[in-house]
Ligand binder design. Sequence first.
Ligand code: SAM
Length: 293
Amino acid sequence: MSMEIGTPKRTKEIIARYGFTFKKSLGQNFLIDGNILNRIVEAAELDETKGALEIGPGIGALTQRLARAAGKVAAIEIDQRLIPILSDIMDDEPHVSLIHGDVLKLDLKKLFEEQFSGLDGVSVVANLPYYVTTPILMKLLEERLPLNHIVVMIQKEVAERMAAKPGGKEYGSLSVAVQYYCEPSLVCTVPHTVFIPQPNVDSAVIKLSVRDKPAVEVADESFFFRVVQASFAQRRKTLGNNLTAFAGKERREALLALLAAAGIDPVRRGETLSLEEFAALSKALLATGWFNR
Ligand code: SAM
């Protein structure tokens, strides 16, 4: 078995040997703790029949462990400088592909066909660059890729928002979007000390188990998300007021009647509505014909 990359000593050695300098703008914080790396890999429930997509392998601390756990690993790295370092450090493993590119720009459907055909499902496993966490996760979910789990290290506060239940101040449109597609669970919170360099925010590992079908049935998905956004538009305002701004002042009376018919009190706030209530609300609003689709 090859030497562990994710230790303080080895990471410092690799950085020094290749003269690597961190780019803060790319969210480069490398993991140096074997226990945390193990917990991430374990949460992904991999075996030789499964694939792992890693976003941002860095110098390969996680990639190396994924290679031991999965039947196939594809790792997408935006920083060209890391590609030769990675191929040099990683053992020559035919089931690991390094792809130079920006995950936000790549055609992931095509990549999945090329990299993971014949496997029994794929999980995304990554220590994500924090500056693009939400766009990356939304891309993965909206493209309906055939995913089992998404296990990612992200900013703790974002993890809490993703897993939040209705009623709390963390619950918002991100919670609804993530929970529409997945069942979230917090794996662990992580101290600053397990990274080089240390990020200046707290971190957590979250597991998103992708649902076979969305949590609620909606007639028009993009309209459903428009209603969710509108309901949270101004968090201190009531649902009645936020939705009046969405539907137009002249429709206020009709809107209040619609809410009453749907059994939703207009003085409630968006943050108290469950996914089922948002689905019922968007269905009723769509049926009015007030909105362009
Ligand atoms: N996986 C490594 C680890 O845990 O030690 C590195 C994680 S580091 C937090 C994030 C990595 O993502 C960096 O290597 C960075 O260059 C890469 N990255 C940043 N933006 C990216 C993007 N849009 N597409 C692909 N990789 C990206």
